[in-house]
Design a protein around this ligand. Structure first.
Ligand code: ADE
Length: 224
């Protein structure tokens, strides 16, 4: 899996891919994330990537030329399965979309800033528009990091326990059951006996019931 991310604030994406699971995925050669600084594709000497909106609307708009230059250059290097624009008015992101995207080979993510990108970018380059929630971030960078993280952890071989992504919350539309570790008794707060029983079938049944009860209580919409 190859993920290119285009941003005018590359510093915001320096850390997320350099630690823990995402770092290991890249070290193992299972994923590669490359961050591209949009300013280096600007055509003027000030590396300008935004301009005033036509029609007198307040706020700046990201210009089409640097974005087009960058996307066209990247498209010469590989064929993208999706060119995704992160935007609060996109389709709502969820585990199902993460699962779909994890089956792709090359993804290109474009981070918006200011008032957003010139609409012609969306019309002519973007194949999918995604929002990570009904709230507005300062830019698409954190949303791009959310996508990349949720996709990369699903790639075969990335998680050490292959089954653990399958038992995540939202797989099968159920929230994950509670988990415990040692000590079995902390100041009188006991781990449920069933988990210490060694009866694997009974534990599997208990986990499923807990998932169902938790989903019913917290996210009944998932059960519909
Ligand atoms: N950019 C700003 N807010 C966003 C959101 N909620 N989702 C995706 N991209 C965004």
């Amino acid at each position: 899996m190859h993920i290119d991310i285009i941003t005018c604030v590359p510093q915001l994406l320096e850390s997320p891919f350099q630690h823990s699971i995402l770092k290991r995925a890249q070290t193992k050669g299972l994923a590669k994330v490359v961050v591209h600084d949009l300013r280096s594709y600007a055509t003027d000497k000030h590396h300008k990537v935004d301009d005033y909106a036509f029609g007198g609307e307040a706020g700046m708009v990201m210009m089409i030329e640097p974005i087009a230059n960058c996307i066209n250059q990247l498209k010469n290097e590989r064929v993208y399965d999706e060119v995704i624009y992160l935007t609060p008015d996109g389709e709502s992101y969820n585990q199902k979309i993460a699962n779909q995207l994890s089956l792709k080979t090359n993804l290109l993510l474009l981070c918006g800033h200011y008032k957003g990108v010139d609409e012609r970018v969306r019309e002519h380059f973007i194949t999918r528009e995604i929002s990570v929630g009904d709230y507005v971030l300062s830019g698409g960078e954190l949303a791009a990091a959310v996508l990349a993280d949720s996709i990369i952890r699903l790639l075969p071989g990335v998680l050490s326990d292959e089954t653990s992504a399958l038992t995540d919350s939202f797989q099968d539309n159920l929230l994950a059951p509670p988990v415990y570790t040692r000590p079995a008794n902390y100041n009188g707060w006991q781990v449920p006996d069933i988990l210490l029983s060694g009866d694997h079938d009974a534990i599997t049944d208990w986990r499923f019931e807990q998932s169902l009860a938790r989903t019913r209580a917290r996210r009944p919409d998932l059960l519909k």
